[in-house]
Design a protein around this ligand. Structure first.
Ligand SMILES: *[C@@H]1O[C@H](CO)[C@@H](O)[C@H](O)[C@H]1NC(C)=O
Length: 331
């Protein structure tokens, strides 16, 4: 009896949660909510999978509602939302999307903090396009391509989409790199490849989100002269680098809060005490007094139109390990 009551209460809570989430139609049941979410995100499942996805969706909805009510009370600094990842468990999410392969080897061409003053705020978002890596662990290729695009746009006034697919297909063991395409990789591999072989535009080498054979004989190649590894564990060095140009950074994207982040300043602790803990590559495109702004590659439906603000914290490794391995290309 008590169990039934509890179950009833849970369903009622979830249903009213659905009501407040949607705001348009108070009569939507949890099933109705799920079905409109599926439609919005173009999701289709087999009957067998549907049962599992519905239960994950309901659990995630409960997490989102509870978290957001804490935000309303001023107990959290960021909000969550039922985005395109709302049918995945954190474990499923991690396996598909958090696939950075950190390389702990010696950093090269390391740039230390000069000691000079840097601006109080920096924002490079203007003119950048948020992309979507899809169901392929290519965050590292998107981070590197985004760094190249942003530098070309801001330094050379050139608007171009760089081919992530070329990094996925070509920056592999065949050429002596450790990156493994959709299984994960490393931004500095992509930069090193661009120094040695150049990279095509997205137009010439479009994104497929699967591993393919490396295409050769491409025409339009962008080369860089070198790339810089920013002094690790230094907030000042990272600030100074971002003030110069957007910087590829590796972070530890931790669990459900990261997966369903929808806005505000992300201040949860992510345990990133060593380079091996890092699992995601993004692009740092600015900072303010209290936060870094990062550009993600999960589409504009995630976070703040595809971006996230990470709290600036005292720990040397920075929020979610952002100070560990920043790097940027040099033209
Ligand atoms: C880059 O790609 C986006 C779509 O992903 C498109 O809107 C934009 O026009 C492209 N930019 C250039 C310079 O081709």
């Amino acid at each position: 009896m008590e169990k039934q009551l509890l179950a009833l209460l849970t369903v009622t809570l979830l249903t009213s949660a659905a009501y407040f989430m949607n705001g348009k139609d108070g009569s939507l049941t949890l099933e109705g909510q799920f079905s409109s979410w599926k439609q919005q995100h173009g999701k289709r499942y087999s009957d067998f999978e549907e049962v599992h996805r519905f239960s994950v969706f309901a659990q995630n909805l409960a997490v989102v509602m509870e978290h957001n009510s804490k935000f309303e009370l001023g107990q959290e600094t960021f909000t969550l939302g039922m985005n395109q990842f709302a049918d995945l468990t954190p474990e499923e999410f991690q396996a598909s999307y958090l696939t950075l392969k950190p390389q702990a080897q010696e950093r090269q061409n390391v740039k230390s903090f000069s000691g000079l003053r840097f601006p109080d705020t920096v924002d490079w978002k203007e003119g950048l396009t948020v992309k979507n890596q899809g169901n392929c662990g290519s965050c590292w290729a998107f981070s590197a391509a985004a760094a190249l695009e942003a530098a070309l746009h801001h330094q050379k006034k050139e608007k171009v989409n760089i081919s992530e697919q070329e990094f996925v297909d070509c920056t592999t063991a065949k050429l002596g790199y450790e990156s493994e395409g959709c299984n994960g990789g490393w931004m500095d591999d992509a930069f090193d490849y661009t120094v040695n072989y150049g990279v095509a535009t997205e137009e010439e080498y479009p994104y497929k989100g699967v591993d393919q054979a490396c295409k050769t004989g491409l025409k339009k190649k962008y080369y860089i002269d070198s790339f810089v590894d920013v002094e690790p564990l230094s907030s000042d060095a990272l600030h100074e680098a971002i003030a110069k140009t957007p910087v590829s950074v590796a972070i530890k994207a931790d669990g459900i809060m990261f997966q369903l982040y929808s806005g505000g300043i992300y201040s949860r602790t992510c345990s990133a005490k060593k380079i091996d803990d890092l699992n995601h590559g993004v692009l740092a495109v600015g900072y303010a007094k209290d936060s870094y702004t990062i550009k993600n590659s999960w589409g504009a439906g995630w976070g703040e139109k595809g971006y996230m603000r990470l709290a600036i914290i005292a720990a040397k490794e920075g929020q979610c390990g952002i100070h560990w391995v920043p790097s940027y290309p040099v033209f």
